[in-house]
Write a protein that binds this ligand. Structure first.
Ligand SMILES: NC(=O)c1ccc[n+]([C@@H]2O[C@H](COP(=O)([O-])OP(=O)(O)OC[C@H]3O[C@@H](n4cnc5c(N)ncnc54)[C@H](OP(=O)(O)O)[C@@H]3O)[C@@H](O)[C@H]2O)c1
Length: 262
């Protein structure tokens, strides 16, 4: 194995691979390969995929690069539903056949972190957690995450649950997640903050050269945050964002600016 760079707190978001939900136009396949290569070469090893289109794209990129083994793949329950292949379709509860579909889209035999999108049907959620546990036992899944989690979901987890990761949007427009993450840390779970830039739209709204740097540092420095997922349709963002996370604590002046943007 080649020499591993220091692992970053930063992870790559799957919206990188689709046209919707971002600022810049769709990255070409070549650009997508460059982005993932830059990530892996610089210690960004965690890659999140939400929509099925992102799994297909990441599968193709990793096959072209021949670097599947270096990536920690996180995948959510958003599927290719009949007649809706070209749409971004909301989540569906996990069913037994889903895991093989996901593995095939990703062109792999193993998903590192399988994410279950939470909802309020307690019974169904428990069934999904049980199913994920079976997939862990079968060796198809490494570990399990709960997505869009809130405190109530954590409090209701059964004693023998397989969940190790908690994922939720956490940014200056969505600060309530802190409460969830505090509980998650008390339970010894790994916390994954999503969308530090509120999909990039917040950056447009603030329109300051410092915005991306400060918003990313604001999240990544929170003690209750273990990982931060950002989507980046340009390879340049990889270095910009890595440098931001290494820049350290916000100064008083920087904190004041952030309060203004809130
Ligand atoms: N928010 C949710 O509800 C949610 C739910 C499930 C999963 N996720 C995960 O979280 C990931 C990230 O969320 P997100 O894409 O919604 O929002 P985000 O990461 O907050 O914002 C991404 C946007 O920020 C821009 N950007 C990235 N780095 C930049 C920089 N240094 N300077 C200027 N602009 C920069 C990107 O521009 P480009 O257009 O150039 O890329 C992109 O449009 C998703 O990919 C997904 O994996 C989020």
């Amino acid at each position: 194995m080649s020499c591993m760079p220091n692992l970053s707190k930063l992870g790559l978001g799957g919206h990188t691979f689709i046209e919707e939900l971002g600022n810049d136009p769709l990255a070409s396949f070549e650009e997508q390969c460059t982005i993932v290569r830059e990530c892996l070469d610089n210690g960004i090893q965690l890659i999140d995929t939400t929509y099925y289109q992102e799994r297909v794209a990441l599968g193709n990129v990793l096959r072209a690069l021949g670097r599947r083994q270096e990536v920690q793949i996180m995948a959510w329950n958003f599927f290719n539903l009949p007649g809706q292949s070209d749409k971004l379709v909301g989540y569906s509860s996990y069913e037994p056949h889903h895991i093989d579909v996901m593995l095939s889209e990703l062109q792999t035999d193993f998903i590192d972190v399988l994410v279950i999108h939470t909802h309020d049907d307690e019974h169904k959620l428990l069934q999904e957690i049980e199913l994920a546990k079976q997939w862990v036992e079968q060796g198809k899944v490494g570990t399990v995450g709960l997505g869009m989690a809130e405190p109530a979901h954590l409090n209701r987890l059964p004693a023998d649950h397989p969940v190790t990761h908690i994922l939720a949007p956490y940014n200056i427009a969505h600060q309530r997640t802190k409460e969830t993450f505090v509980i998650a840390k008390e339970m010894g779970l790994t916390t994954v903050a999503l969308s530090p830039f509120v999909r990039g739209w917040k950056l447009d709204e603030i329109n300051s050269e410092q915005a991306a740097d400060l918003l990313l540092r604001w999240v990544s420095e929170q003690q209750v945050v273990d990982r931060v997922i950002v989507s980046m349709r340009k390879a340049d963002w990889v270095h910009t964002n890595l440098q931001a996370t290494q820049r350290g604590t916000l100064t008083e002046e920087e904190n004041r600016l952030i309060k203004e943007w809130m």
